[in-house]
Design a protein. Structure first.
Length: 79
């Protein structure tokens, strides 16, 4: 179960607000308010589970190249 979510803007991580869990296997809503500044930014988010496992920043590939769970980034431009 996801316990925490963090959001990064330009590599700086911030804690997101977690909604109450709806069930052990249900998706869990989260949100984070961003006071965006003009310019180019890189956004990312990562989750931490109840056992303390955090999504990796680099993918530890297995032999078949499956199991991609790494943090994904998105480039945005605020105008």
């Amino acid at each position: 179960m996801v316990e925490n979510v963090e959001v990064a803007v330009d590599g700086i991580w911030h804690a997101a607000h977690m909604a109450a869990p709806l069930g052990e296997f249900a998706w869990r809503a989260w949100s984070w308010d961003w006071n965006a500044t003009t310019g180019a930014h890189e956004l990312a988010c990562r989750a931490t589970d109840a056992a303390g496992n955090v999504q990796p920043l680099e993918q530890p590939w297995n032999h078949q190249g499956m199991g991609n769970n790494m943090v994904q980034t998105v480039a945005v431009v605020v105008r």
